[in-house]
Design a binder for this molecule. Structure first.
Ligand code: ATP
Ligand code: MG
Length: 230
């Protein structure tokens, strides 16, 4: 079998000022093209796991490989470039307040060297996909929490990354919009994007066919395997 897209091997993590292991000897793989949900109680360490993948944290022990890159070998100065390869949606939306919605969403394309009409077309398509058509000129502060969250989602998907990681992407959305966002991720997955989503929205993910992992008491377990479609 070819190398997984994400592989955790014996990964343990404990914050320097925190007394307990957040993760203990975790082994986990996300295959190329796979979509999975990460669940578990508040404080279990779901965000921590995504931060380890995003190199916002480094594990206390063990090895993480993402798309062939051994993360312990990625130097601090190369972390921004590492991170830009992927689509990432975090709990705080991280929108730039001095840029319009359009410019926030366009950022990954500008960094990749896209220009002019191409940027406009892709940004509008991404905003359309999250139900924010026509909001290009708005400023982030004038948007609701859920709207800001969706701008963050549009920005994460606009450059069609091959890996999307999302932390509670539907936390601020009403049920209908939450379902739409999860279905948007599913559509990305259907065209080959690998997706890992940390979420509390059990009612929602039980309606979707993807693999479900649970993190509880520092241990990672498989709640629903990839084959057992709902
Ligand atoms: N920077 C930090 N320093 C010390 N402890 C931290 C830090 N960040 C998180 N923690 C602790 O690590 C544990 C796991 O936090 P994490 O945010 O990963 O949980 P979570 O599963 O994402 O929870 P939620 O569902 O509420 O988002 C918590 O007990 C938290 O207090
Ligand atoms: Mg969290």
């Amino acid at each position: 079998m070819s190398e997984a897209l994400i592989r955790f091997s014996g990964v343990s993590h404990r914050y320097r000022d925190g007394g307990r292991d957040i993760l203990r000897e975790a082994d986990f793989q996300l295959a190329h093209g796979e979509m999975a949900f990460l669940t578990g109680p508040s404080g279990a360490g779901k965000s921590t796991m995504l931060k380890l993948i995003a190199l916002l944290e480094r594990p206390s022990k063990g090895e993480i490989v993402v798309d062939g890159q051994t993360l312990s070998q990625v130097r601090t100065r190369d972390v921004p470039a590492y991170r830009r390869q992927f689509g990432m949606i975090f709990q705080n939306f991280n929108l730039l307040s001095d840029r319009t919605v359009f410019d926030n969403v366009a950022m990954p394309l500008v960094i990749r060297g896209h220009t002019g009409d191409d940027i406009g077309r892709r940004v509008r398509a991404a905003l359309d996909a999250v139900g924010l058509r026509g909001r290009e000129k708005d400023w982030p502060v004038t948007l609701s929490g859920g709207e800001q969250q969706r701008v963050g989602i549009a920005r994460a998907v606009v450059a069609k990354p091959r890996l999307l990681i999302a932390d509670e992407p539907t936390g601020n959305l009403d049920p209908a919009m939450a379902l739409e966002v999860m279905q948007l991720f599913t559509r990305f997955n259907e065209v080959g994007v690998s997706v890992l989503v940390a979420t509390h929205a059990l009612g929602l993910i039980n309606r979707l066919p993807h693999r479900i992992l649970k993190l509880d008491d520092s241990l990672l377990s498989e709640v629903r395997a990839a084959e057992q479609a709902a």
